[in-house]
Design a protein around this ligand. Structure first.
Ligand SMILES: CC(C)(COP(=O)(O)OP(=O)(O)OC[C@H]1O[C@@H](n2cnc3c(N)ncnc32)[C@H](O)[C@@H]1OP(=O)(O)O)[C@@H](O)C(=O)NCCC(=O)NCCS
Length: 169
């Protein structure tokens, strides 16, 4: 039985470990979570628990589309402990996260990742919406409207928080 709930202060060390193991050997994703949390730019942060143990985590952080002043979030990072992958936990984190984003009044979410995986949640190629990215990604850079028409007439460069460009922590 997997429980998904919002991050709590006592989860911090287990969240760090989950990303260190999911993205091993890179420490960058674990650091990124801490930098965004310290900057208070982690409005939606969910953990997955199996028998009380944190086995996964997902974060959504604020995104800007330059020059359009609209509200959106970026899904990153998401990590599930290797021993718990391919059991639907990542999907549960994403589905609950998207529900929470919508409920909190955000209009759209972007993600950079595997199109085969993320398209199943409703993400589509961002360039089809005239949204560019700073990573020169094409099919891997995707967006999802949380409110139909939220991106109508919007185009520009999608910018993640500056913490995404920091070297480490
Ligand atoms: C990506 C990840 C969070 C998915 O979590 P999960 O609990 O395994 O996901 P689910 O069981 O719900 O779905 C499994 C699907 O994830 C897909 N997937 C997408 N990206 C993946 C990745 N980078 N590594 C492994 N599997 C990935 C698998 O191919 C699988 O697809 P399938 O159902 O067609 O076989 C997890 O595999 C992980 O932590 N990977 C390492 C960290 C990472 O790459 N994060 C994402 C960066 S965008």
């Amino acid at each position: 039985m997997i429980e998904i709930r919002a991050e709590e202060p006592e989860d911090i060390a287990a969240i760090r470990r989950a990303h260190q193991q999911a993205f091993h050997p890179s420490p960058n994703e674990a650091c990124l979570v801490e930098l965004l949390r310290q900057a208070r730019k982690a409005p939606i942060s969910l953990v997955a628990l199996s028998e009380g143990q944190i086995v996964g985590h997902v974060l959504f952080s604020p995104i800007a589309i330059v020059p359009a002043p609209i509200r959106g979030l970026g899904l990153a990072p998401i990590g599930v402990l290797p021993a718990f992958q391919k059991q639907g936990i990542g999907s549960k984190l994403i589905e609950q996260g998207l529900r929470d984003c919508r409920r909190s009044g955000y209009d759209w979410v972007v993600v950079l990742g595997d199109p085969h995986f993320y398209s199943r949640f409703g993400f589509a190629r961002a360039r089809a919406y005239q949204l560019e990215n700073e990573y020169d990604a094409d099919e891997e850079f995707m967006v999802m409207e949380l409110r139909t028409g939220a991106l109508r007439g919007i185009k520009g460069m999608v910018k993640y928080r500056p913490e995404f460009n920091e070297a480490g922590c």
